[in-house]
Design a protein around this ligand. Structure first.
Ligand code: F0G
Length: 466
């Protein structure tokens, strides 16, 4: 199988990557405590840990870097960025931040206070699915994070165009029964946690309307907004003839606020946004929190050149040729795995292929981390680094200390934008197919060291008998 259309770019600069021997990888993985997060990047051949900040910038973005204005206050690059936000999203007020979680940390405590002033005693955020740092910042702000994802997303072998959708009945019930406690709804596009799956425009509109009618603020978590818009154009018949740019405007019309990690569709290595459509008072109050936490209001933890690169990257993200090629590459990898009978989340998502480790190792218990077993085996086989999205990431309930049940045990093969070729993807597929043939011989894991919080990043493991 090969792709019919070549990539809409040519390569102007290359970065060598080095293949290692199996013995070298064995040693590296042991030193890393059987945790790929702890590997040195030089020990990795193809890095599919994340698509966050790992993409290649264009020549225009690099040119923009040289024109960045490094003034502490009132940087020209800030005004370039805020004009871009007005043009693309129709939002009046822009706060730059160092990355997505920077937006979460300055915004959420303000919104929780607002909800408490209106009578919330047990504040809660509702989302199709909170990303893990988003959930962490909700909790740090003293609220709960509740996910209302549609049930089809849980069945990886059942194809559904809109696995990122809210379960609207659940949302309606929550609003009916618990309205005063709801701080905001967070629409995560695409929905990373269930496989980079899109949310339909219909679902966005209905969810936003329910919230609006109840006086609840609507936030878009916009990390992969352009990929979501592309899926809407492909799959929702009333948008077949609209441009990506029109679709993006329509999506953002539904929200009061958006937070964005610009390290994904924003096409930069670092940067983020916290933006308000029209509410100047909210903007001013969150700006005040930006100064001590992120930096002065016109740079928010970024260099001027980073803001210039982001302004250019956001426009490039809307280019349909780019999106078609990007999504086709993810599909290319996904289809190769499917052809070999490897269970993945279907249909293939926007930024990654999610391999269902529960199906591959039905006998390995969640607390022995089947998806982490697979990540380690893939690294040993090939030097490809992937990441676990399952029980390890889910962690323990802070009150009971018990392992939180995880919806999935997935290995995420996350594809950086404009970085690897289809040859790299073919190698990844072949390596994984070889690993799965040996699945019976792979050993479950247990903790040798378990950090108290965010354990997945620095934990160490040992193998146990099956
Ligand atoms: N929201 C979503 C949907 C994300 O996927 C991420 C990050 C964030 C917020 C936080 O943004 O990293 O810039 O602070 N996701 C990365 C990942 C880390 O690997 O999926 P950040």
């Amino acid at each position: 199988m090969s792709r019919s259309e070549p990539e809409p770019w040519r390569i102007k600069m290359v970065e060598p990557i080095r293949m290692t021997t199996r013995a070298q990888r064995q040693k590296a993985l042991m030193e890393a405590g059987l945790n790929p997060f702890m590997l040195k990047s030089e020990e990795v051949f193809i890095d599919l840990l994340t698509d966050s900040g790992t993409g290649a910038m264009s020549d225009r973005q690099w040119a923009g870097m040289f024109l960045g204005d490094e003034s502490y206050a009132g940087s020209r690059s800030y005004y370039q960025l805020s004009q871009t936000v007005k043009d693309l999203f129709g939002f009046q007020y822009t706060i730059p931040v160092h990355q997505g979680r920077g937006a979460e940390q300055i915004l959420f405590p303000f919104l929780v206070e607002l909800a408490k002033e209106k009578g919330a005693s047990e504040p809660v955020f509702l989302s199709n699915h909170h990303f893990d740092t988003t959930k962490a910042h909700v909790e740090i702000a003293g609220a709960r994070a509740k996910n209302l994802i549609c049930p089809s997303s849980l069945q990886t072998d059942v194809s559904d165009d809109w696995k990122g959708n809210f379960d609207l009945n659940e949302l309606e019930n929550e609003i009916k029964n618990n309205q005063k406690n709801i701080v905001a709804i967070v629409i995560t596009i695409t929905c990373n946690s269930v496989g980079g799956q899109p949310v339909s425009m219909e679902n966005i509109r209905l969810a936003a309307k329910m919230a609006r009618d109840a006086g609840i603020p609507v936030i878009i978590d916009a990390a992969r907004f352009a990929e979501n818009a592309y899926f809407i154009k492909q799959r929702e018949s009333s948008f077949f003839n609209e441009t990506i740019s029109q679709i993006v405007k329509e999506i953002f019309n539904e929200a009061d606020i958006f937070t964005m990690s610009a390290k994904k569709d924003g096409m930069v290595n670092i940067g983020g946004l916290c933006c308000f459509r029209y509410n100047e008072s909210w903007f001013r109050q969150v700006q005040l929190r930006c100064v001590p936490m992120e930096g002065f209001v016109t740079y928010g933890g970024l260099a001027g050149r980073d803001m210039s690169a982001m302004a250019i990257g956001l426009r490039e993200a809307l280019d349909e040729d780019h999106l078609r090629s990007r999504i086709a590459q993810v599909e290319y990898l996904g289809h190769k795995l499917q052809q070999a009978g490897i269970p993945i989340q279907t249909p293939v998502g926007g930024h990654a292929v999610f391999v269902d480790a529960r199906k591959i190792f039905p006998d390995i218990k969640p607390e022995n981390f089947p998806a982490q077993v697979l990540c380690n085996a893939l690294y040993l086989e090939s030097g490809v680094r992937a990441t676990e999205i399952g029980s390890l990431m889910m962690g323990r309930n802070p009150i009971t200390g018990q392992q939180e049940p995880s919806l999935f045990e997935l290995m995420r093969l996350t594809i950086p934008r404009r970085t690897y070729t289809d040859n790299h993807m073919s190698y990844v597929a072949k390596s994984l197919i070889d690993v799965i043939e040996k699945a019976d011989t792979l050993k479950p894991l247990e903790f040798e060291y378990e950090p108290l919080i965010l354990r997945q990043f620095t934990a160490r493991f040992r193998e146990i008998e099956r």
